[in-house]
Write a protein that binds this ligand. Structure first.
Ligand SMILES: [Zn+2]
Length: 460
């Protein structure tokens, strides 16, 4: 049987952390002069001790829960030894699933559009190494330069079973995973090199070949297509595929043998003596699960069940930060639905506009705005109030000054859209204008808008 088996090991940088995994260097290393984003810990100086970034653990757990994986209540860090200039300590702190080690989570799944459930074997945390630059290309370089700015950045590695059997499936797996990360607020697509895969391919029961460091789903697809072709050609000639590690040459679109695959014993895995076991306990895991409201699908179900409009529910469920604010609001259903609209409209807008990274803990001011959301239907005024809340100011809602003048708002909407409306029938005109008005001012004045539009467009 000429079966193709593909497994992916996906390394994801936890791009929404402020600091590295074991030290307080900023995790924002991109664009900085070489070797300026470092400290004695992430360069592995003698006598230094790592201390674990708690938020990294939380983010890793969120990924695990979203993939339906089960966290271990106790997991451990190990040293993986290898000698390479990008690794100043000569070992990488990672997690291990043998020799008494447990990674942070195990046994998840990711479902593809054809219904196939790709198993996730394990999820573990580890540190990123530094980067090496070969002056004038790898083969002809007279010297190499090393930059440790990336050294110690928090990574989560997601290891799938070899359940995929085509380039399309491998591509979709990675796309879906990126979508899940997005839902968690980890916008990996905005950070070059933040997601890197090792692609394992075997053909017709032959040896497994690992292609290292492939970035992005379209590259993964190309790697699989090339490897299957290469291995099938060897197979048909009666030659053997060797178990090895290969590198992907993006320019020439081929894989190149880089070294024979290490056997695990060469890495001399040993428990990291400088870090205690990572004890999560049922409470900690439950707390995270509670905070994130389960998976994306579970969040949507919960939102629509409490009467939130499905479109708003989708947008709110996508954004874990806004969603967790929503969860703090208590049980008043009416308030919840107003708060949901406020969050996905004005709050999302204000956050995007101001590049806000962290929301205030106290949501009292926001609740105050939500309570009077219908009364202050002037969109700009709501945004002003939200900005005040984001800046930590005292929010007081003055209803009187914020009533909008329906007639003038409708007139200016018609005026602003003159061009767009040309050639449209009456029904479409109404739809276009209503759409814009509701988007800008919310649902509260829908009826008045419709009446005023009919009058102004002389359709009534
Ligand atoms: Zn550091």
């Amino acid at each position: 049987m000429n079966e193709v088996m593909i497994g992916l090991e996906v390394h994801v940088q936890l791009v929404n952390l402020r600091t590295k995994l074991f030290c307080s260097c900023p995790s924002d290393y991109r664009g900085k002069p070489p070797n300026t984003n470092i400290c004695p810990i992430c360069t592995g100086m003698p006598g230094t001790l790592p201390s674990l970034n708690k938020r990294a653990v939380e983010e890793a757990l969120k990924i695990a829960i979203s993939l339906g994986a089960a966290p271990y209540e106790k997991s451990y860090f190990f040293r993986k030894s290898y000698f390479y200039p990008d690794l100043p300590k000569n070992f990488q702190i990672t997690q291990y699933d043998k020799a008494g080690g447990y990674p942070i989570a195990h046994d998840g799944t990711l479902e593809l559009s054809n219904g196939k459930r790709v198993r996730i074997e394990r999820i573990h945390m580890e540190e990123d190494p530094g980067r090496i630059f070969y002056e004038g290309g790898r083969s002809g370089a007279r010297y190499a330069l090393v930059d440790y700015n990336r050294s110690g950045i928090a990574l989560v590695e997601i290891v799938s079973s070899p359940d995929m059997s085509s380039a399309d499936e491998a591509r979709e797996f990675l796309d879906k995973l990126i979508q899940i990360l997005n839902d968690l607020g980890m916008k990996v697509q905005d950070f070059e090199g933040s997601i890197r895969c090792d692609v394992n391919v075997s053909y017709s029961g032959g040896e497994r070949v690992e292609v290292k460091n492939v970035s992005g789903s379209s590259q993964v697809e190309k790697v699989v297509l090339f490897e299957v072709l290469r291995q099938r050609t060897l197979f048909e000639r009666g030659a053997k595929v060797v178990r090895e590690t290969r590198a992907w040459d993006e320019k020439r679109r081929i894989t190149i043998s880089s070294r024979s695959k290490e056997v695990e014993a060469e890495y001399r895995y040993m428990p990291e003596p400088d870090l205690p076991a990572l004890s999560l306990g049922k409470d900690a895991i439950g707390l995270i699960r509670e905070k994130m409201g389960g998976t994306y699908g579970e969040r949507i179900n919960e939102l629509t069940a409490s009467g939130i409009n499905p479109e708003i529910a989708k947008r709110l469920a996508r954004d874990i930060t806004l969603y967790s604010v929503y969860r703090k609001a208590g049980s008043d259903e009416q308030l919840k639905s107003k708060l949901a609209s406020l969050l996905v409209n004005e709050v999302a807008y204000a956050i995007k506009n101001r590049g806000v990274k962290k929301l205030p803990e106290d949501i009292g001011g926001l609740i105050e705005i939500a309570k009077k959301y219908d009364l202050i239907s002037d969109h700009r005024h709501v945004v002003e109030l939200v900005k005040l809340w984001l800046a930590g100011g005292h929010v007081e809602v003055n209803e009187g000054q914020s009533k909008i003048n329906i007639e003038s708002v409708v007139k200016s909407a018609i005026k602003d859209n003159m061009k767009k409306l040309q050639g449209l029938d009456d029904k479409r005109k109404m739809e276009v204008l209503m759409g814009q008005l509701v988007k800008k001012y919310g649902n509260a004045n829908k009826k008045q808008f419709a009446a005023a539009l009919l009058k102004e467009l002389k359709l009534g």
